[in-house]
Design a protein around this ligand. Structure first.
Ligand code: PEP
Ligand code: MN
Length: 370
């Protein structure tokens, strides 16, 4: 749409798309709104739309993924977390820079976290999500939360439902874990990122989570992708351990195609022949994603390396390469963790990480919320 197109122009185009039996996806940007069309079995004649008031151009998207592509929406999406804005199929989401302005982003070099009702992922402020691999007890979760908050994280991670390689490994505390996460949010104000492992379990998890995490093992669980696509909560979608970039973006497309445009991508390492790390963290995917998609992308240096001594160096590199933030495992006593202790940072190490990435962020025009 043209920058000056009004709400009624956008509505008129959406109505026309729906009259044709297709689905309209209005996605506002800082300058203008893009309206994606899905459900059309073949090409649509551009002239059908180009004559309507407010329409700038009708573009045929050449990529197999449509709504996640920069061809549909050239401006970066900013994803609001902890602010009820996500999701209903026709609501204008796929965040905009003006939404960021509304909470003070981009206006000064320092963002006062207390003044912001939620958090925006994407844009200049880096999203730092930190916490244990799994929620083990209220004491453990509150101790982890206090330490990551003190070091400057605004979002807390912790699995209540854990997808484990072995059925005999700790599977998470389930609902009790979610209740502990609710207590963490109440006590600290941190926003909660936690994993949903199947469509049934999603009903419960979305009652508690601020962000629904879809794990690497579920990146192509299409019924789960469709389920979170109908949620009003933002989705953190981790790259599968053997997924190509196209498969990764197609997985995100499943979520957007259901009407949830609030997807945050996450690189967490892929499987290679390397045996000095658990996975090979593919940092080159960050600029590749930035070129192809408007969605923000975070890096997980914990699963991406699997070794504590490599987490800080790869976190530094991730910020330098242009990631929109990090998700990092931090445990009050890593040696006693019930899962992924060998890759979890201690609170002291996490503080060092935060100091180092704050310095790097400054060099590349990004910043950490305070
Ligand atoms: C996790 O974040 O704890 C996790 C299980 O990650 P991944 O899905 O990337 O393996
Ligand atoms: Mn883990």
């Amino acid at each position: 749409m043209k920058p000056q197109a009004g709400a009624e122009d956008i509505e008129r185009v959406c109505e026309k798309i729906e009259r044709l039996g297709f689905r309209a996806h209005p996605m506002p940007g800082a300058q203008r709104t893009a309206i994606g069309i899905t459900g059309n079995p073949g090409p649509i004649e551009p002239a059908e739309f180009e004559g309507l008031p407010g329409v700038a151009e009708a573009i045929r998207v050449s990529k197999p993924y449509k709504l996640v592509s920069r061809e549909v929406k050239s401006e970066d999406s900013l994803i609001r977390v902890g602010i009820e804005s996500a999701g209903s199929p026709r609501s204008p989401i796929g965040e905009t820079a003006s939404a960021a302005l509304a909470v003070g982003d981009r206006q000064s070099s320092i963002v006062n976290a207390e003044a912001a009702p939620g958090f925006i992922v994407g844009g200049r402020t880096l999203a730092i999500i930190a916490g244990p691999c799994a929620i083990e007890s209220q004491e453990q979760a509150l101790a982890a939360a206090a330490s990551v908050k003190k070091a400057g994280a605004r979002l807390f991670r912790g699995g209540a439902f854990k997808p484990r390689t072995s059925p005999y490994s700790f599977q998470g505390l389930g609902k009790e874990g979610l209740e502990i996460l609710a207590e963490v949010r109440r006590a600290t104000g941190l926003l909660i990122v936690t994993e949903t492992i199947d469509p049934e379990n999603c009903d419960l998890v979305e009652e508690y989570a601020d962000v629904l995490q879809v794990g690497a093992r579920n990146m192509q669980n299409f019924s789960l992708l469709k389920r979170v696509g109908r949620s009003r909560k933002p989705v953190l979608l981790k790259r599968g351990m053997s997924a190509t970039l196209e498969e990764f973006l197609m997985a995100a497309e499943y979520v957007l195609s259901e009407g949830n445009y609030n997807v945050i991508l996450c690189e967490r390492g892929v499987r290679t022949f390397a045996d000095h790390t658990r996975n090979t963290l593919d940092l080159s995917v960050i600029p590749a994603v930035k070129g192809l998609s408007h969605l923000p992308i975070l890096v997980d240096p914990s699963h991406g390396t699997g070794k504590r001594d490599k987490v800080i160096p790869l976190a530094r590199a991730a910020i330098a390469v242009g990631a929109d933030g990090l998700i990092v495992e931090v445990h009050p006593q890593p040696e006693r963790a019930l899962s992924d202790g060998y890759q979890s940072l201690s609170p002291e190490e996490f503080e060092i990480l935060m100091g180092e990435i704050t310095a790097i962020a400054g060099v590349i025009g990004r910043r950490i919320a305070i």
